[in-house]
Ligand binder design. Structure first.
Ligand code: NAP
Ligand code: GCO
Length: 264
């Protein structure tokens, strides 16, 4: 039996992958044989990402592209198809969060989060799927969240976007499964990246941030996740090992969603 996790010959686009979760996932796909292409908002971040991939021994290709801009996305996907080849694997990773109490959040701020976290995965998937259909199939992985299932104070826009992304994932799976396209989600728990750094900052007296302690108590694994915790699940969903897995959100959360939380 061939190695079902082998990605040799596959072209993988990972959005927003200069660092953080995207970089970790792209690195794992590369280590399993995929050719990595990634984008970021600013040339300096693309350059920083290229240097990081090179340092990891990965020959990635980087493109400057705002995933919320359909014209830019369509142009970059065409450029990738010309310069590298038709995309086999798409990881919709790029995302932002704004932590603001809902009644204090402007509609523009709400829309900005929806734009990056929900509209952009639609835009990029729409640009990539026709090539996948012509090629005979593909893999789409949308990076969802605990907030695809749960709410909490100050993250209304993010939860709305990630809840919508869960259903967009299921709908792409439903609409394009007959073209041998599998679309699944990864729902990371609380992962130590720049995005969650404010939630882990040490207090002035050197004690843990209250939210840090809260997450430790809510996680059976009693730790924050690392981007590397997401690598195996991503390789699984990007590979032939998951050819009959479609419309599934794989939560990689150390058990948070199964657990009521440790008694204080
Ligand atoms: P991060 O450290 O903030 O990195 C986000 C990446 O997305 C950055 O490279 C950023 O580029 C890029 N990006 C943002 N807006 C973009 C746009 N309009 N166009 C192109 N790129 C854009 O976040 P992370 O923690 O690695 O999270 C990555 C994904 O996982 C996000 O979708 C996030 O919602 C999700 N997630 C994170 C956690 C967690 O605990 N960290 C848990 C669950 C889900 P710039 O640097 O140029 O801004
Ligand atoms: C927050 C965090 C979370 C994580 C992640 C959890 O403020 O609650 O940023 O939203 O980023 O999405 O899965």
């Amino acid at each position: 039996m061939n190695n079902p996790f082998d990605l040799t010959g596959k072209i993988a686009l990972v959005t927003g992958a200069s660092y953080g979760i995207g970089f970790a996932i792209a690195s794992a796909l590369a280590k399993n044989g995929a050719q990595i292409v990634f984008n970021d908002l600013k040339p300096e971040f693309v350059d920083k990402g290229l240097a990081a991939y090179k340092a990891a021994g990965i020959d990635a290709k980087g493109y400057v592209c705002d995933v919320t801009n359909e014209e830019q996305v369509n142009a970059v996907v065409k450029q990738i198809e010309t310069e590298v080849g038709v995309i086999d694997i798409l990881v919709n990773n790029a995302g932002i969060i704004k932590r603001i109490p809902m009644i204090e959040m402007s509609a523009a701020e709400f829309r900005q989060v929806i734009d990056v976290d929900l509209n952009a995965p639609f835009i990029v998937a729409k640009a990539v799927i026709p090539g996948m259909i012509k090629k005979g199939g593909g893999k789409i992985i949308n990076i969802c969240s605990m907030m695809s299932e749960l709410g909490r104070e100050t993250v209304s826009a993010y939860a709305a976007a990630k809840g919508g992304l869960k259903m967009l994932t299921r709908n792409i799976a439903s609409e394009y499964g007959e073209h041998n396209i599998q679309c699944n989600g990864i729902g990371p728990g609380y992962i130590a990246t720049p995005q969650t750094a404010p939630l882990r900052e040490r207090q002035s007296d050197g004690s843990r941030h209250p939210f840090d302690s809260f997450i430790i108590a809510k996680t059976p694994a009693a730790r924050w996740g690392t981007p590397e915790d997401l690598q195996g699940p991503a390789v699984f969903l990007a590979s032939a090992a998951s050819d009959f897995v479609n419309g599934h959100i794989l939560y990689v959360d150390g058990g948070i969603l199964a657990y009521i939380g440790k008694q204080p």
